[in-house]
Design a protein around this ligand. Sequence first.
Ligand SMILES: CC(C)(COP(=O)(O)OP(=O)(O)OC[C@H]1O[C@@H](n2cnc3c(N)ncnc32)[C@H](O)[C@@H]1OP(=O)(O)O)[C@@H](O)C(=O)NCCC(=O)NCCS
Length: 93
Amino acid sequence: MEQLIFRETSGPLPTSEYDFVVDGEKVGFLQIRHKLSHAPDVPFQMASHIYYEIIEEKRGQGYGARLLALALPEAKKLGLKEIIVTCLEENGI
Ligand SMILES: CC(C)(COP(=O)(O)OP(=O)(O)OC[C@H]1O[C@@H](n2cnc3c(N)ncnc32)[C@H](O)[C@@H]1OP(=O)(O)O)[C@@H](O)C(=O)NCCC(=O)NCCS
């Protein structure tokens, strides 16, 4: 079973955080920012509503896509109508 487990909403933005758990094992992490934003050390074009990651040894098996599919209805519940996700080219498998 795959599920997002809500952790907390915090910070000035604010940001909601979830663990992505598959059959009882945590394989990823999700942050939904309630407003488009970017980290101070990355350029404006990298602004994103969603940050997500899959633990390294679990990448390349479709988990990232499935996490994102679960994230979209959560974002909708938070009132977001459009989602922008950005990724640094060097991030990945
Ligand atoms: C990006 C990340 C979440 C992908 O997770 P994953 O579980 O390996 O992704 P999936 O196996 O679900 O792959 C989904 C699709 O993305 C593609 N993909 C995954 N990593 C990729 C990469 N580095 N470069 C290009 N394509 C990539 C896969 O080929 C797949 O495409 P397909 O559906 O056409 O076959 C993971 O590499 C990660 O945690 N990276 C570090 C953090 C990060 O960059 N997060 C995203 C920005 S917020």
